[in-house]
Ligand binder design. Structure first.
Ligand SMILES: Cc1cc2nc3c(=O)[nH]c(=O)nc-3n(C[C@H](O)[C@H](O)[C@H](O)COP(=O)(O)OP(=O)(O)OC[C@H]3O[C@@H](n4cnc5c(N)ncnc54)[C@H](O)[C@@H]3O)c2cc1C
Length: 352
């Protein structure tokens, strides 16, 4: 890359932040334009009323994710295994009692980040000069003007750049950003058909004063074919002094108001784990259908459809526009590992 080139990163999720961090290590400053009022994208940790870190977005990773684990270590963050000891439950049918099973000790563990997944994006963001991070800046146009790009945002601001990196879900590129001259036809055809991982997912979190399920011999792990909760895990913090659950609701829950979702979740848990389930300190859920994730069209995508597509590995407009973001990664696309792999690959391309 040439000296003093101005690189603009669209999107301040794990991918955009990791890319900015990797380039900063080579003394290359970048500017991050982030549409929403917060960084992190699909990583979002909140605090319950009792200050339990609760994950509305990405939560788990494993030893199969070495690039993510290296980044976590480099940032001096710590990981800890997901709790799975005790009786786990599987509800096959609404009219049969839940089946009970134990997760074998030999099972490879999933890990969580001590303090919450957002420690990762928060720590990365602190490595980047705050004046180079522009929130509430949703990009809606990229135009080539001579040797430069003019990048326009919804808030009326315009930025000049030599290169732009699209660290956003690829399907948003066509629906949100007018690029001129237009990207090649084959790229425009593929972009709306790149599935955004977890678009439409409904994640819930619960916080309790006491880990009553552990005290009664349960792991807190639940899989269900019959209830509103389809999948659930113990969400106790690393220090083991804050307690709760996190998991997913079935897709039909999208049509209920939050109060009804909460009522149905608590009813299901009361039947399985006892009366104490009815008194959480915190219940929050999040339906991941916002404009920052998917373009709202009704096309049904297969999971990971067109993720890591060869057309997403190329640069466009004579090396001025790059695709990044977890959905572009050739391996583990959609996951945090994919976001880190894509950032490493994009940094390599930019540094050439
Ligand atoms: C409910 C849920 C659970 C998940 N669980 C796991 C898990 O357990 N393990 C795991 O590995 N992964 C999990 N994931 C996936 C993981 O969150 C993603 O792989 C990762 O966070 C993606 O990072 P990214 O930077 O590529 O994209 P994103 O996080 O989507 O970041 C893109 C950013 O771009 C911004 N943006 C969008 N449009 C524009 C625009 N026009 N202009 C400027 N900015 C824009 C967005 O606001 C966003 O901040 C989960 C995701 C969800 C939603």
């Amino acid at each position: 890359m040439k000296q003093n080139e101005r690189i603009i990163i669209l999107g301040g999720g794990l991918n955009g932040l990791t890319l900015a961090y990797l380039l900063s290590k080579k003394n290359i400053e970048t500017i991050i334009l982030e549409a929403s009022s917060r960084l992190g994208g699909r990583i979002q940790s909140i605090q319950g009323k009792l200050n339990t870190p609760l994950e509305l977005g990405a939560t788990w990773f494993s030893e199969k994710h070495p690039n993510l684990i290296s980044l976590i270590q480099e940032l001096d963050l710590k990981k800890y295994p997901q709790f799975s000891k005790g009786l786990s439950l599987f509800q096959t049918k609404s009219f049969e009692p839940a089946q009970e099973f134990y997760v074998p000790d030999s099972e490879a563990p999933s890990y969580r980040i001590v303090g919450g997944t957002q420690m990762l994006t928060d720590t990365l963001s602190r490595k980047i000069s705050s004046e180079n991070i522009h929130l509430n800046t949703k990009v809606n146009a990229i135009k080539q003007a001579g040797n430069q790009l003019i990048i326009k945002a919804d808030n009326g601001l315009e930025y000049y750049a030599d290169k732009a990196v699209l660290c956003i879900p690829p399907q948003l590129v066509v629906s949100q950003i007018q690029i001129s001259p237009a990207l090649p036809e084959d790229v425009l055809r593929i972009l709306p058909e790149v599935q955004t991982w977890m678009a439409g997912a409904i994640k819930f979190v619960l916080e309790y004063e006491e880990p009553f399920w552990r005290q009664n011999g349960y792991s807190g792990m639940l899989f269900s074919h019959s209830g509103i909760v389809t999948e659930m895990y113990d969400h106790t913090n690393f220090e083991q002094n804050k307690f709760g659950f996190t998991g997913f609701l079935n897709a039909g829950a999208v049509s209920y108001p939050r109060e009804v979702r909460k009522e149905l979740v608590l009813k299901q848990l009361k039947e399985l784990l006892g009366e104490q389930a009815l008194n959480p300190s915190t219940y929050v859920d999040k339906i991941w259908i916002d404009e920052f994730i998917s373009d709202g069209n009704q096309i049904i995508h297969r999971p990971h459809q067109n993720n890591g597509h060869p057309l997403l590995q190329k640069s466009y407009m004579n090396g001025k526009i790059y695709f990044s973001g977890t959905e572009t990664a050739p391996a583990f696309a959609g996951y945090m590992e994919g976001a880190v792999i894509a950032a490493l690959n994009t940094a390599d391309k930019l540094l050439k």
